[in-house]
Ligand binder design. Structure first.
Ligand SMILES: *Cc1c(COP(=O)(O)O)cnc(C)c1O
Length: 364
């Protein structure tokens, strides 16, 4: 940034952003031009071509001069049917990040606090702060599991309006045990948000805990398992009374007609999605087993990525050496609590073999 010299002829100082944003860094994930991209947990392949064809037909019918269906009834109903809930228990937005933002705008804000347990998804605390919500940080145990004693300490100390859980947790891959999520759901004073961006890769889902009453929501996304990161679509399932509050806060017509169509059509291809997920889970087993033969520590994953830490070399250097071999993984080496760790997304068999042989070369 250069000094605040006013442009020619101008006399007014530049407006300052909100003071509480001044110390915040933006969300950062480098997108380098490499052959093998395994850094953002996307699906390795596109949705089926029949989906693309169907969507093209539907898009051809869009009434472009009209606003879209404000309450996105077709999409809402299709998502609700997937999960066996009522349409008024579903809230969708532009990526699950916008779902989380709407939750924070509605239930957080100035004078309220959100609890997170680190290390976890960086956007939970980031979005909370942007919405003026205070953030209370609890620590996970050394093996990255949630420690209920620590959870209770944070709940008692700050009485959070929102408690964020993430299962499987990003970036550790750990699936929270059902008993732990149930305990938090029973004891948290406010709203509990379970971020299940990777839910379909895991053996159980907190969707079982959603009912008409309990202040608990589960968020999901089309960005990972549905191979639709380009669409920017996510949703939550929760009690209808809560969804009604979110509907008041989100901008009118926030979901455009094409996105509504993309989501609705995607749900017709649920079997393809399940087959892709099953394949990735199998691939995850293969990559995890291969990593076990290398000098790295590996954390068991219930998601489509694996966290590992080189034992004999600095994570940062290993990351650079992989980039030199045109393989990009996520560099978590300098993140608090993740000293030296890297996170690799499960890709196609070919991507994963490229990654594994590059890593073998770098480490030996
Ligand atoms: C990728 C990811 C999301 C997805 O966000 P979108 O805005 O739906 O793309 C949400 N939560 C977690 C934990 C993630 O890793």
């Amino acid at each position: 940034m250069t000094a605040a010299t006013p442009p020619t002829g101008g006399t007014r100082a530049r407006p300052e952003p909100r003071a509480d944003l001044a110390l915040m860094a933006g969300y950062h994930s480098p997108q380098l031009d490499v052959r093998t991209r395994l850094n953002t947990n996307e699906a390795p392949g596109p949705p089926p071509s029949a989906f693309v064809d169907r969507l093209a037909d539907v898009v051809a019918e869009v009434a472009w001069h009209r606003y879209p269906d404000r309450s996105y009834r077709a999409l809402r109903t299709a998502i609700a049917d997937q999960h066996g809930v009522a349409p008024d228990q579903v809230f969708a937005a532009n990526g699950s990040n916008e779902v989380l933002q709407t939750v924070c705008l509605t239930y957080g804000g100035p004078g309220r606090t959100a609890a997170v347990f680190e290390p976890t998804y960086a956007l939970h605390s980031h979005i909370a702060r942007i919405t003026g919500t205070g953030v209370a940080v609890g620590e996970r145990a050394g093996d990255f599991s949630l420690d209920l004693t620590e959870v209770r300490r944070v709940l008692d100390e700050v009485s959070p309006a929102i408690t964020f859980l993430c299962s499987p947790n990003n970036p550790t891959g750990m699936v929270e045990p059902e008993a732990v999520v149930r305990a938090v759901a029973d004891e948290a004073p406010g709203l509990v948000v379970v971020d299940e961006a990777y839910g379909q890769f895991a053996p159980w889902s907190a969707l079982e805990l959603v009912d008409g009453d309990r202040p608990l929501v589960v968020t999901r996304t089309f960005s990972k398992t549905w191979s639709m990161a380009a669409a920017r679509l996510g949703y939550l399932v929760g009690p209808a009374w809560l969804v009604a509050e979110l509907d008041k806060v989100v901008l009118p017509y926030h979901l455009d007609a094409v996105k509504q169509a993309a989501g609705t059509v995607a749900l017709e291809f649920v079997d393809d999605m399940r087959a892709r997920v099953a394949h990735i889970v199998e691939e995850r087993g293969r990559v995890t087993a291969a990593l076990a033969d290398l000098p790295v520590d590996v954390w068991p994953s219930g998601a489509n990525f694996v966290l590992f830490r080189p034992r004999e070399r600095a994570g940062d250097q290993v990351w650079k050496d992989l980039v030199d071999r045109s393989v990009l993984v996520r560099n978590c080496a300098s993140w608090p609590r993740l000293d030296g760790c890297l996170r690799v997304t499960i890709g196609t068999q070919e991507d994963d073999d490229t990654f594994l042989s590059a890593l073998r070369e770098v480490l030996t």
